[in-house]
Structure formats: C-alpha cells, structure tokens
Ligand binder design. Structure first.
Ligand code: PLP
Length: 482
C-alpha cells in the first residue's frame, strides 16, 4: 500500500471498528457456532494474487463477527473483562505505524524511555514504593501477560536462590515454589517451563474460612522444607484471585519470605487497577515489600491486549539471570551503562512499543478517569450483591471482592441440588445472548462468577443480567419441582 492508499483504506477500517463498537451491545455476547464453522467458510487455498483489502472487511462481517465472543460487549461478565478502550487502540495503531522494535535502547530510544517513564509514574500512582522505580534503583517493564511476568519472576528467584549458579548449572532438584490453591494456574505452568516440574509447586493451605493463603501455614511449610534440605525459591501471593478475588495477606507473607530470603512475587493481574483508588489501597498492604509485582493493563486498566506491567526492586538479579549478549547486539549506548536495554527483562528478544497504547489511555482518561472507571464497576457490583442479598433465591458464595460477585442458587435441597441449579442457570444465561458469565468451584460449591468491568457496562446491563438470573432461577427450580 502506498501511504495514500493506506489513508483511504485506513478510514474504512477505522469506520468498521467504530461501527462494530457502536453496535456490539446488540449482538449476542456468545457466537453459538459449532466447531469447524469458521474453517468451512474460509477459502481452501491462499490467494495466488493479491486482493483488494475491502474484501477483508466483508469477511469480518461474514465470518469473523458471527463467530466471535464479544469481549467488549457491555453484557460481558465472564473471566475478567479485558478492556480494549478505543483510546488504547489509537496508541496501538501508532505503535504499529512506527513499526519499531525496542529490544535495545539504541533500536528505539523513545520506546525504551517512554516505557521507563510511564512505569515509574504508574508505580507512584498505585502506591508502590520508590524502590520499584528506575529513579529508586528498581524498575518496571511491559510484558505480554501476567503469566510471562510470573515466569520471569521465577527465573530471577531461581537465579538469586542459587547464588547465581542456576544460569549455568540449571536446577538442582531441591527448589520449591509456594502458591495457594487459588493462585493462578500460570504459576504451575511457570514451574513446568522453568524445568522444576509441577511437583516443585507446594500448595499452602488457606486461612480458615476463606480462600486467602495462610501466612502461618506458609511459615510452617517453608521451615519443613528447609529442614528437609529443600530450597524455598519463591512465594506467589495474589491480590485478587481469579476464582473469587481473594486477597492473600501480603505483609505477613513478606515477613516469612524476608526471614528465609525467599523471592516474593505479588500477582495483582486483575485487582491492580483498584490501587489507583485510595479507598482500595488497604487491599495492597505489604505489596511494596515484594521483590516483584505485576498487574495487567489489559484487564481492568483500559488498555487493549497485550499489556502487563511488571516491576521489580531487584533489577540486577533479573538482568543477570536472563542476559545473553551476542556480538551483533553490542553497541556504544549499552556499553556506556547509561541506558536500559529491555531485551534482558523477558524471554523474547524483540519487543513491541506497547507503552504507546498505555500512554494514550493515561492521557485520555487521566488518573481521575481511571479511578471513576474502577469505582463505577465496584458500585455496580455492590448493587448486584445487594439485590442478591435481599432475594431468597440466591446466596453469596463468598464476600464480594471489588467488582467480582460470586453467587449460587438456593434450592433448599442441599449442596448438590444447589450446584445443579446454579449450573443450569449459568447455561441459560449464556444461551440467552444478553450476558456472559463463568463459574468457579469453592469448597464443593458451584458458583456463578459475575465480573463487572466492561468498558460500556452500565447499570441497565447489570439489571438485565439480574432479571435474567431471577427468571432462570425460577425456571430451573420449577423444572426440578415439576
Ligand atoms: N493472575 C491472575 C490473578 C489472573 O486472574 C489471571 C487471568 O485471569 C492471570 C494471572 C493470567 O493473566 P494473563 O492472561 O495476563 O497471563
């Protein structure tokens, strides 16, 4: 494409996106296609000759949209919503437009320094201590996902725990990684990818009556492992677990880690956005004591996938663990020691200019706009919680955490009947097309998770979900009674 052709087509593509976003709320959230539906509609052969790119837009309408789960739909309450604000799309477009690759400072000074600058500012805006900033001796980086951040943290932790031997000798078979039963599954995957094996993951018991990790149980497990000659490497504490939004007692966990020299990684993938609001800061108590901390820009923080924010106070260990320097990457700026080369902060060498989409978000919304965004969802979730609390057909499975509400249907005929009814309600909601919810299981109870957090989700959408929940509960309970 020439720049002029791009300009013309680009307008058509932007129009397509704007039209899609304007009507996404009228589409069924879930596509309802059978496996193979998409492939059956795609040509068997690649085009021998180029085609007009307007054809792609036609195929978006013909094939892609009908077979898409609409994550930006205001009735999307599943998983954790992934906000892809239109402001972030504009930044993403600039990034792709520049087409730069910021593996070294010298391959794109702007990509490196804008990222450093934003991560320093965001640390301040979310209450992380100065030690996590470049100015304070640490630093932050944008990774593709929270899963990658967990893996990178584990690699740095392995390096530190082995006194630097891990990089050359690999694991010694004694390493242990501590999580809770509610820690995200990416930690187990990190242990597998790091060559520790899933058996190196120790699941620490929850404090009684909840889903948060027990710091006492952690201390006992670490003591037991040390006595048995094992090597505690890392603890992952979560602020806002995936299933129920539980918050581990980070300050107490940090004390255990400090006593035994264990790396503490704090995973706040979803809840991290709430740290912009002073009234929610209490949930982050002790996060500043961690060795590393991560939160997803692409969940609640308005930035289109992929954008994970990762900070560590121990950048020296991280870089030492991962650095590999072939001759062709050597350059004067790196050798001056005056620049940051992000190539050593993650597994891939090449990296996108992701800071631009975060920048457009921060400049469009401002900190006040981000706080308002988070507060609106928390308020809507609190409303839903209050409707359910006042209705005998439903009960809360766990206390609401920020904008996440977990409910089950009360049949009065025991847990198995409640579980069956709740599952049936979930299936009805998701077949209905207005809303999409997912589930979790806690202590044998099947719970419907409602994660309020869509960009365009308003009270009327939460109300629509509630009306559908009530109707589905009645239908399911009537069906069982008949
Ligand atoms: N950690 C937590 C607590 C999560 O809830 C999730 C995803 O929902 C992840 C990690 C994984 O996030 P990502 O898709 O960015 O790897």
């Amino acid at each position: 494409l020439s720049p002029e052709e791009f300009r013309e087509l680009g307008h058509a593509y932007v129009d397509w996106i704007a039209d899609y976003r304007a009507r996404v709320g009228e589409l069924p959230v879930l596509p309802g296609v059978e496996p193979g539906w998409v492939r059956e509609r795609l040509p068997a052969e690649l085009p021998e000759e180029g085609e007009p790119l307007t054809e792609v837009l036609a195929d978006m309408d013909r094939v892609v949209v009908p077979a898409s789960t609409h994550w930006q739909h205001p009735g999307f309450f599943a998983y954790f919503p992934a906000n892809a604000s239109l402001a972030s799309l504009l930044g993403d477009m600039l990034s792709t437009g520049l087409g730069s690759q910021g593996m070294l400072w010298s391959t794109s000074p702007a990509a490196t320094e804008l990222e450093q600058h934003l991560l320093d500012q965001l640390a301040g805006a979310t209450g992380l201590p100065a030690e996590f900033t470049f100015a304070g001796g640490g630093g932050g980086v944008i990774q593709d996902s929270a899963s990658s951040s967990s893996l990178v943290a584990l690699l740095a932790a392995l390096h530190r725990a082995s006194g630097g031997a891990w990089r050359t000798a690999g694991r010694d078979g004694r390493e242990v990684l501590y999580v809770s039963a509610h820690t995200h599954s990416s930690l187990e995957k990190a242990a597998i990818a790091a060559g520790l094996g899933a058996d190196a993951v120790r699941i620490v018991a929850a404090a009684s009556g909840g889903q948060a990790m027990s710091a006492d149980a952690l201390a006992a497990a670490v003591r037991e492992d040390v006595a048995a000659g094992r090597r505690p490497v890392m603890v992952c504490a979560t602020i806002g677990t995936t299933g129920t939004g539980a918050v581990d007692p980070v300050r107490e966990i940090a004390a255990v880690c400090a006593e035994h020299g264990v790396w503490l990684h704090v995973d706040a993938a979803w809840a991290g956005a709430a740290a912009f609001c002073p009234e929610h800061r209490g949930l982050f108590d002790g996060a500043g004591l961690a060795d590393s901390y991560s939160t997803d820009g692409h969940k609640w923080l308005l930035t289109a996938f992929d954008c994970n924010l990762f900070w560590t106070r121990d950048t020296a260990t991280l870089i030492d663990a991962l650095t590999v320097l072939p001759e062709y990457l050597r350059n004067a700026a790196s050798e001056s020691g005056a620049v940051v080369d992000y190539r050593d902060w993650h597994l891939p060498l090449g990296r996108r200019f992701r800071a631009l989409k975060l920048w457009t978000v921060l400049r469009r919304f401002g900190l006040a706009g981000i706080r308002a965004h988070v507060r609106r969802h928390v308020e809507l979730a609190a409303e839903l919680e209050s409707w359910a609390a006042a209705d005998a057909r439903f009960a809360a499975g766990v206390p609401r955490s920020l904008a996440l509400v977990c409910l089950y249907v009360v049949t009065g005929r025991g847990t198995d009947a409640d579980n069956a009814a709740t599952k049936a309600v979930l299936e009805r909601i998701n077949a209905g097309g207005r809303s999409y919810v997912t589930h979790t299981v806690v202590g044998g109870r099947y719970l419907l998770r409602v994660a309020v957090g869509g960009l365009e989700t308003e009270e009327r959408h939460v109300r629509a979900l509630w009306d559908d929940l009530c109707a589905a509960a009645d239908a399911v309970t009537d069906a069982v009674t008949d």
